[in-house]
Design a protein around this ligand. Structure first.
Ligand code: AMP
Length: 215
């Protein structure tokens, strides 16, 4: 089973991706993480992507698609993938469908985590992430016990360079004007599942499982 998590920045895709990966034995793949890894390693693709990433713009399709296709190469028949952050536009969705078809596979469901913009802004501007494992905190709604330190693994917490001020607004603009159209794309294929992403982590997870018929 291959799944896609659709949702704006701050809608909880990363958190739900980890839970679903564990539940169904899927391989989690976050396009933003692939990019951050490539930038940290200083690969040619990472270097080309950096200015787009820092502005909060979408990285050009050819760069992003290249990284994802490379990642799909390692996908075995036995273990499906759960994609978070990819695709973000029609062109990417078409390439993904075509590549999976070549592999004799397909997307089973695209899960849209619906969250209003005001709540996304609140979640993103207070978001801090742990260096070691990406555990997510919010200074207002879910602060760590010790400021700046992860409760779970004691690693340092940091704020993403694109989780600030105007960049957040810009990234959300792109989501609502461009990426959200993918809900129609997957609805037309009869694969869209929409879940209210304003609920607690456990409730969102339960709602997803119920809609997948696995609760
Ligand atoms: P994310 O961690 O998913 O919020 O992604 C962070 C940034 O990585 C985005 O603002 C884009 O610059 C870039 N990015 C991630 N996924 C994609 C994608 N599918 N297409 C283009 N750019 C992407």
């Amino acid at each position: 089973m291959n799944l896609i998590l659709l949702g704006a920045q701050g809608s909880g895709k990363g958190t739900q991706s980890a839970l679903l990966a564990q539940r169904f034995g899927l391989d989690p793949c976050a396009s933003g993480d692939l990019l951050r890894e490539a930038m940290a390693k200083g690969t040619p693709a990472g270097q080309q992507a950096r200015p787009y990433y820092e502005r909060g713009d979408l990285v050009p399709d050819e760069l992003m698609v290249g990284m994802i296709l490379e990642r799909l190469r390692g996908l075995s028949d036995a273990r499906g993938i759960i994609l978070d952050g990819f695709p973000r536009n029609h062109a990417q969705a078409d390439v993904l469908d075509a590549r999976l078809a070549e592999m004799g596979q397909s997307i089973a469901r695209a899960i849209y985590l619906e969250v209003p913009r005001a709540l996304l802004l609140e979640r993103l501007s207070g978001r801090y992430i742990c260096r070691a494992h990406g555990h997510v905190y919010n200074i207002e709604t879910n602060p760590p016990k010790t400021p700046g330190i992860c409760d779970i693994d004691s690693s340092e917490l940091y704020q993403r360079s694109d989780d600030t001020g105007e960049k957040i607004q810009h990234r959300l603009d792109i989501f609502f004007s461009e990426t959200l159209q993918l809900t129609d794309y997957y609805a037309r294929q009869g694969k869209l599942v929409t879940v209210d992403g304003t609920q607690s982590i456990a409730d969102v997870n339960h709602a997803i499982l119920a809609k997948l018929g696995a609760a």
